[in-house]
Structures are given as C-alpha cells and as structure tokens.
Design a protein around this ligand. Structure first.
Ligand code: GDP
Ligand code: GDP
Length: 433
C-alpha cells in the first residue's frame, strides 16, 4: 500500500499549493476538467521511487448542522489519526500565529509524529525563518517553498524515509471491487444485498480502523472480491455502530481495487466530497461503475433529472456506466454486475501490437494530427504499455506538438474501436522512432 500524507494547517499557509506540487505529474491529466481541478483534495504523487497519496485537509467538507469548525476539526483529526505521515504547514511570511499554536497542541495530543514545514521561505535564510517555530515543540522545522518547489525533494525524502518503495502490484485474476461513497448512501445495504444471495468464501476482519473488510465470494460461478469500506453489518443484526466516514480508507480501497463502484444517493445532490472522490478515481485510472441508490420510492420523472445532474457535475467520468438501483430491495444489482464484469474485462484487455497499429492507422486516416507551426506530428506505431487502465504508447515524431484535443480524440477512438466500457484508456506519446 502507498503511504498517505496528510496536509494540515490554518487557511492560507499554502496547503493547496503544496498539494498541487506534490501531485504535479498529474496536472496534464486533470487540466482539461475545470471542475475537477477546483475540487482536488485527494491525489497521487511520486518523488523518485516513492509513490504516495496526499490528502489536503483544507478541502474537508463541513457539515453545516454541527458547525463548520467543529466538523472540520473532527475530520482533520481523523485523517491525522489514520495517515502514515502528518505534515503541518506554517507560514514564514506571517510568522508564528496563535492558531498555529492551537493546531500544534491538538496535534501533540494525538501522539502522532508530526513534520513541521515552514512554507513561503523562498529567498529567506533557513535558520532565520525556522527559528521562531521551534517553540511549537514539534521538532526541527523544515523550510520549504511550495510555490517555487524549494526543499520539497528533501522534505519528501525525509518524511518517506521509512517507507519502502512501492512493490510491483500483482494482477488480480478476478474483479476486486471497492464499494465507496459518502456515509449513508447505502454501501452496507448494497454489500449485504450482494452477499445475501451469494456464497461467501472468505472474510477478512479489519486490522485497524482505517482498514477495509475484504470479502471473497462467488456469483454465478465466478469469483469476486468486495472491498467493503463501510464495514458490513451482518444480516439479522440490527444494531451496529455507525462507522465514521474515512477518507483514507476510501482512497486506499480505490487504490487496491481494479473496479470502483461509486455509490450516490438519488435523493441528495452531488457534493464536493463526491466530486473529490470522483476526481481521485479518475486519477487512479480505475475502472468505474456509478450506482445511484435509493431509486425506490422516487417518481420516475426524477430519473432523467438526476441523470443530467450526474452528467453535468461528473462529466469527466463519462466513461462509467450509470445504474439506478435500490440496494434495499435488491433491484438493479444484476445489471450492476454486468457492468462490473464488462468494466473489469475492458480494464484488463490485452491489445496486440498489430491490432493497435491498425487502429492507429484508421484513426489518423480519419483525422490527421494537426500541423503546429512548422511541425507536423507523425505517428508511426503503437503498442500496449499497461493495464487497468489500458495504456497505449504511440511512437512518432514531433509528438510533443500534438494538441490535447487530438490526444482525447485518439483515446476516444481506441475506446470505441476496441469496444471498451467502464474504464478510461490513456495514450502516451514517445518521441523518436
Ligand atoms: P491553503 O489555504 O493553506 O490551501 O493555502 P493556498 O495554497 O491557497 O495558498 C495561500 C496563498 O499563499 C496563495 O496566494 C498562494 O499563492 C500563496 N503561497 C503558497 N505557497 C507559497 C510559497 O511557497 N511562497 C509564497 N510566496 N506564496 C505562497
Ligand atoms: P452506508 O453508510 O453507505 O453504508 O449506508 P447504509 O447502507 O447504512 O444505509 C443508510 C440508510 O439508507 C439506511 O437507513 C438504509 O436502510 C437506507 N438505504 C440503503 N439503501 C436504500 C435503498 O435502496 N432505498 C432506500 N429507500 N433506503 C436505502
């Protein structure tokens, strides 16, 4: 599992700037989706050989009824509790603020190791900017500049020193399905509904509160694993502690799955948190099926309305199939599994080099890559560079001048030609011949 870094600190110290830096390699991917860029608070990153996940706690959605500050603090503390690395940011330009001291006190109470980073330190002497922050009692402050990138490599090397480089993932031979979504959308009900009919083969109790439950089962003779982030409430047992929503548990489950099922509540609007999760799923490249739950008791004309809202707010997930289900009544679960199977086989598809070269020819004949000034990009051949999601590596010349729109065109063309469903497909360009 990749370690998870959590960024904490008062507003305006530079958390989201640092978040963007630490996940920078993904910028190109998300640049096309304005809604997604704005809502990003969960992301992937890599420095050297180390992969990690990052959570910006500045993005935690407040629950209005409980009071904004109260809820933010609760979610942040939970993330701190579950994180592998806690990074506390302060502001070199503003100096030590009373709120920094309060946060430091709270962090100290958690007993977690906390790394203190003094941001906005570009062009300043390290010993001078860090001096006043020793008072926080969190060890040596590290001077960084999130905006300029100063000190970030050292910071990441330091905080991740004890974490081994990510091991090569072994390919699962069957669908591993993460059931994710906000609290109360019906995840447990769905898991119960699925398992109620099926033969459960193995059941892994979670090790810690941030661990999901892994359940192996068979459906129509085929093996599956469900990664249950909600904690299944066993049938017949009415009372069971309500689980707290755990961002980190959810992100880890998506990482470890090959198909994610994002459960939404038909009666609720799509929230920022839903969009953040959706953005993370897109980044992760996982196959995806969207289940709009609680479809029972809803007038039929609302179906189109909800569908439009999903299409508008989650437009970057247009590759995913939408299912309207009632987990409570078990309606629509069969259809959901058809899409899960298709998404899985699409994500794992093996495309031969001759097949891909032919597809590339067809796509470029239909529409040639546009000339860019003096350059005319030329695409020569293609081969598969990975699965889940399928990656197609295209070789040629002047490929750095291919516009994003044409990039998307190629991706869509391959998806169509190979009849993929429920998975993104990525095209990478390689220069030279
Ligand atoms: P957040 O509220 O903690 O997420 O803070 P933001 O990332 O939104 O940053 C707040 C402000 O500080 C923005 O205007 C940033 O451009 C600025 N900022 C962030 N990092 C740096 C830095 O390293 N140096 C300087 N000078 N400004 C920064
Ligand atoms: P979780 O927190 O996402 O695991 O959500 P639960 O499975 O605990 O469900 C939250 C509430 O929604 C419970 O009261 C369920 O009975 C209810 N619920 C779940 N699925 C459905 C459904 O399909 N229709 C209706 N009407 N209620 C549902």
């Amino acid at each position: 599992m990749k370690p998870t870094l959590v960024l904490v600190g008062r507003p305006n110290v530079g958390k989201s700037t640092l978040f963007n830096r630490l996940t920078k390699s993904r910028d190109a991917l998300v640049a096309d989706f304005p809604g997604l860029t704005r809502d990003r608070h969960y992301g992937h990153g890599k420095v050297g050989s180390k992969d990690y996940l990052v959570v910006d706690t500045g993005g935690f959605e407040p629950v209005v009824k409980e009071g904004i500050l109260h809820e933010m603090a609760r979610q942040t503390l939970q993330a701190v509790d579950e994180a592998d690395v806690v990074l506390f940011l302060v502001d070199a330009r503003q100096g030590l603020a009373p709120q920094d001291k309060q946060i430091a006190d709270q962090l100290r109470k958690t007993g977690r190791k906390v790394w203190l980073a003094v941001n906005k330190a570009e062009g300043m002497r390290r010993d001078v900017v860090t001096a006043e922050f020793f008072e926080l009692g969190l060890g040596d402050p590290l001077a960084i500049s999130a905006a300029h990138g100063d000190g970030l490599r050292e910071l990441i090397d330091l905080v991740l020193a004890d974490f081994p480089p990510a091991a090569e993932e072994e390919d699962s031979q069957h669908p591993k399905i993460a059931i994710i979504g906000r609290p109360n959308v019906g995840k447990s009900t769905l898991v119960n509904s699925i398992l109620g009919e099926e033969r459960v083969i193995a059941f892994d109790a979670p090790g810690t509160t941030r661990d999901s439950i892994y359940i192996d089962f068979e459906r129509e003779g085929k093996p599956y694993t469900i990664i249950d982030t909600a904690g299944v409430r066993r049938r017949g047992k009415v009372t069971e502690a309500i689980e707290k929503f755990s961002v980190i548990k959810t992100l880890q489950a998506v990482e470890d799955a090959n198909v994610a099922v994002l459960v939404l509540d038909a009666k609720l609007e799509i929230s920022d948190q839903d969009a953040s999760l959706a953005g993370f799923i897109l980044e992760s490249g996982r196959a995806l099926v969207i289940a709009i739950n609680k479809w029972d008791n809803l007038p039929l004309e609302q179906r189109e309305m909800i569908k439009r809202e999903v299409e508008r707010k989650l437009n970057f997930l247009s590759f995913a199939k939408l299912h309207f289900i009632s987990a409570l009544q078990g309606d629509g679960v069969g259809g959901l599994f058809k899409s899960i199977d298709k998404a899985y086989s699409s994500a794992m598809v093996k495309l031969s080099t001759p097949q891909l070269i032919r597809a590339l020819q067809l796509a470029t004949e239909k529409q040639a890559p546009p000339r860019a000034g003096m350059f005319r990009p030329k695409m020569r051949y293609a081969h598969q560079g990975g699965s889940n999601p399928p990656v197609v590596v295209v070789h040629g010349t002047s490929l750095e001048h291919v516009p994003d729109s044409y990039w998307r065109y190629l991706e869509h063309s391959f998806v169509k030609m190979f009849q993929l469903e429920g998975t993104p497909l990525r095209v990478q360009f390689k220069r030279g011949d």
